[in-house]
Write a protein that binds this ligand. Sequence first.
Ligand SMILES: CC(C)(COP(=O)(O)OP(=O)(O)OC[C@H]1O[C@@H](n2cnc3c(N)ncnc32)[C@H](O)[C@@H]1OP(=O)(O)O)[C@@H](O)C(=O)NCCC(=O)NCCS
Length: 163
Amino acid sequence: MYFKIRGMKDKDINRIIDIERESFEYSYPPSLIMQVYTSFPEGFLVVEEANSKKLIGYIMGIIEWGNGHIISIAVDREYKNKGIGTMLLNALEHILFKRYNINNMVLEVKFDNKIARKFYYSKGYNDKRLLKNYYDDGSDAILMVKKNPYIPSKNSPIIVNMW
Ligand SMILES: CC(C)(COP(=O)(O)OP(=O)(O)OC[C@H]1O[C@@H](n2cnc3c(N)ncnc32)[C@H](O)[C@@H]1OP(=O)(O)O)[C@@H](O)C(=O)NCCC(=O)NCCS
C-alpha cells in the first residue's frame, strides 16, 4: 500500500471531521478546524492512500510565539500503527523547523492518552509541564516540547497560549 502526503484542500473537510470525531471524545468543531486551515494553510497536511485517494489522516499546526504548535493529529483507526502518524509529523516538522526556523514544537496531550504520549516520545518530544484541569471535563494535559535540532541550543523561554 502506498501513501501520499499533501496539503489540505477545502474538499477534505468532511472526511477530516469524521476522523476527528472518531478519534477524540471531545473533538474540535468544524469551525475551529477551518479557522486553523485559513490562518496557516501550510501547516495543515493530509495523507491519502495513493490508489483509492481515500484520506486517512491529517495533522494541523500553527505558529505561535515563535513555536510550532500542533493543534491536532489523527489517523483513521483502520490505518493506525503503519507509520502514517510518523509521516505526518515528520512533514510538519520539516516545514516548521526548516522553512520557518521555529524554536520548538509544542503540543498538549491528554494525560491518559498513553498511545499518543508514546508516539511523541518516540519522535523526540519530552514532557515539559503538567497542565491541571486543561480540558473542559476537568482532565489534565501534558505540555510536550521538542527543540528545533537545526538551530544552536539556546534556553529561550517556551511561551504557550493557554486558551
Ligand atoms: C497518535 C497517532 C496519530 C499515531 O499515529 P500512527 O500512524 O498510528 O503512529 P505510527 O504508526 O507512525 O507509530 C509511531 C510510533 O508511535 C508509537 N505507537 C503508535 N501506536 C501505538 C500503539 N497502539 N501502542 C503503543 N505505541 C504506539 C510507537 O512508538 C510507534 O513506533 P513503532 O512503530 O516503532 O513502535 C494515532 O494513534 C491516532 O490517531 N490516535 C488518536 C488521536 C490522538 O490521540 N492524537 C494525538 C492527540 S495530541
